[in-house]
Design a protein around this ligand. Structure first.
Ligand SMILES: [Zn+2]
Ligand SMILES: [Zn+2]
Length: 191
């Protein structure tokens, strides 16, 4: 039995519709239709298919190309939307941190902490999680809960070594407890 050069399954004469290349290599019509989206040469001998073969599938190929273009355009658009959303969410988070700073200045520590906890419950990125941890540590340092501050800030710098402010407040908290060696170690990592 003749087999299709594309799918390698049999071509049943009188039942399957097939097309051949100039060298007589047979392929199912449906298989060839898909193949022509990628190439207009025979997959076996690389001979070009004659126009009379290609023309039969012109509408199909045009439609697929239009669809492909539309899908690429859509992807670009989705990408743009995603970027916009990221920027917006970043701005919102910065505003949120500003409001935390204000609460700290006003001495509203409990309220600031509860707001940080609330924010952390949502889907938070790793970076935002680090900033939240930093502010918790900073607040606990300011309100004299040095043990808690050390706990949180140590967890932070362990996860993110490049966080100078984290090391700064960690050092301050160690210093407040008289742990001068540890404070020195933290301060050396502030830069
Ligand atoms: Zn086939
Ligand atoms: Zn061929």
């Amino acid at each position: 039995m003749t087999t299709c050069i594309i799918c390698h399954l049999g071509i049943i004469e009188g039942l399957d519709s097939s097309q051949d290349c100039p060298n007589g290599h047979l392929a199912h019509t449906d298989c060839l239709k898909e193949w022509l989206l990628h190439s207009s040469n025979c997959p076996l001998c690389r001979e070009s298919y004659p126009n009379r073969v290609i023309d039969q599938f012109k509408d199909f190929i045009d439609q697929k190309e239009t669809e492909k273009l539309a899908s690429i355009k859509n992807e670009v658009k989705q990408e743009e939307i995603k970027k916009m959303e990221q920027v917006t969410s970043k701005i919102i988070f910065m505003k949120f941190l500003e409001s935390i700073e204000i609460l700290i200045k006003e001495g509203e520590f409990e309220y600031a902490l509860s707001r940080l906890d609330l924010h952390n419950n949502g889907s938070t990125s790793i970076q935002k999680g680090h900033d939240i941890l930093f502010f918790k540590g900073k607040i606990n340092y300011i309100r004299g809960r040095f043990d808690l501050a050390i706990n949180q800030l140590f967890k932070l710098v362990k996860e993110k070594y490049d966080y100078p402010e984290g090391f700064l407040y960690l050092g301050k908290a160690y210093e407040a407890l008289g742990l001068n060696d540890k404070a020195k170690w933290a301060y050396e990592r502030v830069k």
